[in-house]
Design a protein around this ligand. Structure first.
Ligand code: AMP
Length: 140
């Protein structure tokens, strides 16, 4: 398996070198909107500790991240009046991963509605900001 590359786009977001539509931040992770949402409100939970994915992650980080994934999933269901939530975490190109810094997808789902394509269409910044605000509000 390739080693972690600290120039990946999420590492740059974590360092503040690239902007994001931030939802939540603590010592463990940053949560922000996916710029190519597969459903409105698609969010990403990105642990601050460097690892490519779950295969090389510190188990201590994994133990801390899942409660946050749950918190965001519950807020997302409420914020976007979703029927369900898809939580995704992809590993290596063969597993569908495209950004090589560990992250979890939290995607609002609706009965009978298929997902839009992965890394498909870039969403308008105004829509991403509005959805970040909705998700933030549902967390408080
Ligand atoms: P994965 O294929 O699991 O690695 O997912 C990477 C996700 O990151 C995709 O859903 C992309 O739409 C999303 N993405 C790529 N670049 C950015 C970015 N600059 N800000 C937010 N999301 C991004």
């Amino acid at each position: 398996m390739a080693t972690y590359d600290s120039n990946n786009i999420f590492a740059k977001i974590l360092r503040g070198e690239i902007p994001c539509h931030k939802v939540y931040e603590d010592d463990i992770a940053l949560v922000f909107m996916d710029v190519m949402p597969q459903s409105p409100g698609h969010a990403l939970i990105v642990p601050k500790a460097p690892s490519r994915n779950v295969l090389d992650a510190d188990p201590a980080v994994l133990a801390k991240i899942l409660p946050l994934v749950q918190k965001i999933a519950i807020a997302s269901k409420k914020a976007f009046a979703a029927d369900g939530i898809t939580v995704w975490q992809l590993n290596e190109p063969a597993g569908g991963q495209t950004v090589f810094h560990l992250h979890y997808h939290v995607i609002p789902r609706y009965d009978g509605k298929p997902l839009q394509s992965h890394s498909g269409k870039m969403e308008d910044a105004a829509v991403l900001k509005a959805n970040a605000d909705k998700l933030k509000a549902a967390l408080t």
